[in-house]
Design a protein around this ligand. Structure first.
Ligand code: AMP
Length: 549
């Protein structure tokens, strides 16, 4: 008998859901009308499931009254807030495709996604201290042909939108909802592309409803759970594992703050008696290291999720022992797979729960292949992780070439992540084949930054890499070659050049001016060597040795 191959298929007694998001949501509102559904701590507003169901339906009727057809694209560009959640379910009920726009995006990125997905209506946040969303929309709108309407949350324009619902009756909404198919596209999420342009992962009701449902099924959610969500809604972590995972089981969504704030998160867990807490590793690190950490009573916590980037073993152990999250899980996945492919189980032993990313999810398949030949490797050997099943996206929006590169002819999504499947089927993430940096849970494709840096008048060539960082997991480091006669270029100079046009997390923390890049004989830049040299130059050896799941 040969060695066991790196293939696993997830079995379950619980069947997949065959309904739309709207149907699933309405079933929950009917089942748990009086249970808490949503708490928006910054504004102090609360909804029971009956109230949330009523407000979602009202907003959905308003969208019908605005002439929104099934498959029209509606964009949401806002930090976390209750309106984000309302719009998520209202768009799902009328079959409009919700396009998540990263609230850190600035004009360059916003204009691209508005045009690429043909957004017809954009719902955006009002101006905050950190970003003037209305002004940025106004700046790019003349160059965005499909954009017919912009609605700003918290202004009379938003109330006027909701008031349009009067013109449409409940039966019209039911008729629209009944006409939808679970396999219809319902959500587009932009992931940075290797080409320098973001690609719109297009996800169906079936994709994301089931993924949210099974992630929280494995955490044992019911109508008594209260889920604290400091993770962004614009990403699957918030809107799928968080929102859909909660509403599919009648649990309560708790919004601690518009964007991550360790103190607001800890206070919310205490005040709202949350049972579950999510975060990328960076968030848990910030909470554990908060000066007041030991004063918070976290005894209500039971479970939660760490995911999104490599999870340090030691941080997981502290989350279990110091945050009372005895049933916390690690999830691994990507937007293109709705997102979760593997997850640790509540009853796994400590080693499996802290030092692996778990095993295959119910109803999915994963395998590990030799990236060069595509052949499955033996258990214990590294290769590219691939996922197949209900969670694989419909495709990249209007980009069949990119879709064909990512999903092969027999349905496997090639993740670009390097993994090892152990003999027991548990998986370790050991690296990446794709040129991707993950800073504090935010994905950055170096190619996109490099292309942006070429616009700088003094830069003739640029190469961007990730270097290890104790707080963010990775930080960006740019190696640049300057034109002859150019003066020095500091990290501060580069920041000023990028600010306002690029999301803050894409601005390199370190800059090194070099004469040349290390190259292979075939003329490829050796990023592995650049990384090693940068680690030495910046004195990051100790962080680089940290162990991950
Ligand atoms: P995104 O599409 O933003 O969800 O990012 C997906 C990528 O994040 C994956 O392809 C991985 O490289 C990385 N990732 C997500 N979860 C984990 C994890 N638990 N451990 C290591 N890397 C992860």
């Amino acid at each position: 008998m040969g060695r066991l191959l790196s293939y696993a298929s997830g079995t379950s007694d619980v069947s997949l859901l065959g309904e739309t998001i709207g149907a699933n949501f309405e079933a929950t509102t009917a089942r748990f009308p009086d249970r808490p559904a949503l708490v928006d701590r910054p504004s102090g507003r609360r909804w029971t499931y009956a109230e949330l169901g009523r407000d979602v339906r009202r907003l959905a009727r308003a969208l019908l009254a605005s002439g929104i057809e099934a498959r029209d694209r509606i964009g949401i560009w806002s930090p976390n807030c209750a309106e984000w959640v309302l719009l998520q379910y209202a768009t799902a009920m009328v079959g409009a495709i919700l396009v998540n726009v990263n609230p850190s995006y600035r004009t360059h990125e916003l204009e691209y996604v508005l045009n690429q997905s043909g957004i017809r209506m954009l719902v955006a946040a009002s101006a905050t201290g950190r970003a003037d969303y209305p002004a940025m929309v106004a700046e790019v709108a003349p160059r965005c042909g499909a954009l017919g309407e912009v609605v700003i949350i918290g202004t009379p324009g938003y109330d006027e939108l909701v008031a349009r619902s009067e013109a449409v009756d409940e039966e019209a909404l039911d008729a629209r909802a009944a006409s939808l198919d679970p396999d219809d596209p319902i959500n587009i999420q932009y992931t940075s592309g290797t080409t320098g342009f973001p690609k719109g992962a297009t996800l169906s009701h079936h994709n994301i409803l089931n993924n949210g449902y099974f992630v929280t099924e494995l955490l044992g959610y019911d109508e008594n759970d209260r889920v604290c969500l400091p993770v962004p809604f614009y990403h699957c972590f918030g809107m799928v594992m968080g929102n859909l995972g909660a509403t599919a089981h009648g649990s309560c969504i708790v919004i601690p703050a518009p964007s991550f704030d360790p103190v607001a998160t800890l206070e919310t867990v205490v005040e709202e008696r949350c049972t579950s807490l999510y975060g990328v590793p960076t968030m848990f690190i910030a909470e554990l290291n908060d000066p007041g950490f030991s004063s918070y009573d976290l005894s209500s916590l039971r479970t939660g999720i760490m995911a999104g980037s490599p999870c340090p073993v030691e941080v997981m152990k502290r989350v279990i022992s110091e945050m009372n999250m005895s049933e916390v899980a690690i999830c691994y996945g990507m937007t293109e797979t709705s997102p979760v492919s593997t997850q640790t189980r509540r009853d796994d032993d400590l080693d499996r729960r802290t030092a692996t990313v778990g095993r295959v999810m119910p109803h999915l398949e994963v395998k590990v292949c030799d990236p060069a030949t595509g052949a499955m490797v033996a258990r214990g050997e590294p290769g590219e992780l691939c996922t197949r099943g209900y969670s694989v996206m419909l495709g990249y929006f209007e980009n069949p070439e990119a879709t064909a590169e990512a999903i092969d002819a027999v349905g496997w999504m090639h993740t670009g992540d390097l993994a090892v499947m152990r003999d027991d089927g548990y998986v370790n993430i050991v690296g990446r084949i794709k040129d991707l940096v993950i800073r504090g849970g935010e994905n950055i494709y170096p190619r996109e930054i490099e292309e942006f840096l070429y616009r700088h008048p003094d830069i003739v060539d640029a190469q961007v890499i990730g270097v290890p960082d104790a707080r963010y997991g990775e930080e960006l480091c740019a190696w640049v070659q300057l034109r002859e006669g150019a003066g020095a270029l500091s990290a501060e100079d580069l920041r000023l050049f990028c600010e306002g046009q690029l999301a803050h997390y894409k601005i390199p923390r370190y800059v090194q001016v070099v004469e040349e890049f290390p190259m292979t004989v075939t003329g490829k830049v050796r990023k592995v060597e650049m990384r090693e040299r940068s680690i030495a130059l910046l004195g990051l050896e100790e962080v680089a040795r940290e162990r991950h799941a």
